[in-house]
Design a binder for this molecule. Sequence first.
Ligand code: LIP
Length: 329
Amino acid sequence: MATRELTPQDFETLLEFSKTLAQTAGKIIVEGSNAILNQDQGNVDEKKNSVDLVTQWDVKVEEHVKSEVAKTWPDFHFIGEETFSSGSEKPSLTDAPTFCVDPIDGTTNFVHGFPYACISIGMFYKKQPLLGVIYNPFLNEMYYGLKGSGSYVSFPYLDKPLRLPIASQRSLPSLSQALIGVEWGSDRRLSVMQQKATSFLRLAGDKDEIPNARMAHSLRSLGSAALNYGQIARGGLDIYWEVGCWPWDVCAGIVIALEAGCYVTGSKNFFKAHRHEEPTLMTDWTELIWGRKYIVIRGIADTPSEKGRDAQRRLVQDFYDSVEEWDAI
Ligand code: LIP
């Protein structure tokens, strides 16, 4: 079947569709949260281990999103966390418009009542991230963006959405001044925990005592990859790095971040091979998106001696010189 050609008008329609869908899905997420918290976590199941959680609400939200997409855009492809987990094969990126959805990103937060969980609706088109909507229904905050048209955040207490980043781009001389997003993830094997702990130690630890330490301002773990991307896009976090996420955790966030002037890349090897390419011009995201290793750094202002993009690359290099890397399972 020939790939459907989308027009700029279709892009706008799809973005509005995704924003509305995120809001209706958000109502189900809040309903689910109330049900779980009042039933003493009775509906929480484990996936690959006891810290990789899923609930009937993740499945319910994904079914809702999938059926709304199928009704409105029947020829579009769909990659969803729960559809993938239930045994389907790894879907490859094609030129076709493809929704890429995490129904509840931050499931651990969701089951604990920690209000940092969201729905993340992304879309690939011609193997590139096209649009993204990330909605946290507990705080009623929505991040969204469309390739080439900027990204925004809406807050319940403001009449109008704000263009991202919220404040003007600041400089970031070194990792020592950074607020860094990291996650514990669900891979708790000893070797991986040792590498993670060593990496965290070097990022946060005292330079005078710890070899290769950067002594960043601090480390943060929001528990949701998508919301970490939102924070990077708005400029609240400086860098976010994680090994082990999936395309649905990051697809929407990547669009929102790139539109806010952030720099996005993959593993150490991916960065080494592609560091001179401009991410907004990358034509095939398959390798990066399925690579399960992602790093994003906020927009940085140009200085007389260095372009912001060059500063972002220099800091990613410095970050990768400091941390360890392991295979995601
Ligand atoms: C989770 C992330 C979290 C990350 C986990 C997992 P889920 O997604 O967003 O930040 O550390 O590895 O991918 O399972 O809540 O949809």
